[in-house]
Design a protein around this ligand. Sequence first.
Ligand SMILES: [Zn+2]
Ligand SMILES: [Zn+2]
Length: 329
Amino acid sequence: MNFQCKNCGGNMIFAPARQKMYCPYCEGEDTETVAGNDSLTVCASCGAEVDPGEYKSSDKCPYCGNFLVFNKRVEGEYKPDSIIPFKLDKDMAVAAMDKEFKKRLFAPISFLSEKSLEGMKGAYVPFFLYDYLAESEFSGEGTKVKRWSSGNYDYTETSYYSVERVMHASFDNIPVDASFEMDDYTMDLMEPYDYSDLMSFDPKYLSGFFGEIYNDTADKFADRAKKKAADSAEILMKKSISGYNSMKTLVDKTTLTDQKIDYALFPVWIYKYHFRGKDYNYYVNGQTGKIIGKTPVSVLKVIIYSIFSGLLFYGGIEGLLGIITGVFR
Ligand SMILES: [Zn+2]
Ligand SMILES: [Zn+2]
């Protein structure tokens, strides 16, 4: 399917700044009507053959440039329970990166140039949200040590405590990305998402963005969620045991019981920047604006900066010494 403007027939997209469907041709708002077909391989707009890949749920047609949603991948078993629609549009995401990297003097000039940013895209990443009940049990021997002096003597008094804790905790909506392509560590750094923006799923939110279905079933990703729950349970438990000088652990175990699992889509801006033969990946949380990625250091800018600040050379740029001395002699 695709979303067509009732006024002018143009392809409508979800506009984050307006939180509405928007027609870039006649500027109509929420004037969409669902059109097209439910084929996985035919563009809903122009009829050209498109490649839905294994996991795509929405895409941009390479021929007509219109955005389409693959019906079969947003219905039935693939219908998300919820979605956090994009809050930041591309300009807002770029502005967030600009602000973040401006302080870092060594970013290459082309870093946020229009040309470099052409390939930046907004993607809905599939997530499973796991709920668990945790039952934790701790038992240990703690000591508290008191020291004081009196007369010619130093005294040490060690008290021994038996420490027992039983804790029941429930964890709701632990997010784990269900995309093989997305790096797990990076996706974890994208957290937290603000769940107060979770909406019932509607395919219109995908128009204008690249969507993916979950790449495998929820049980295949559950280990990561369980680890997050167990780690959080451990932190809570540690917090409840404090004030001891030492602790000998006798029992420390957590049992997790599966509760509900939801399927949700979360928004991420993905920017792949190529510089001097290397790829740098940047991710902007499409809801909160949180940025993950390191700026590449431009050696040229380091040298310019160094000259201005009077520090000609220092470690890390030896490779270029020859060129520079050649110029200056
Ligand atoms: Zn229109
Ligand atoms: Zn097309």
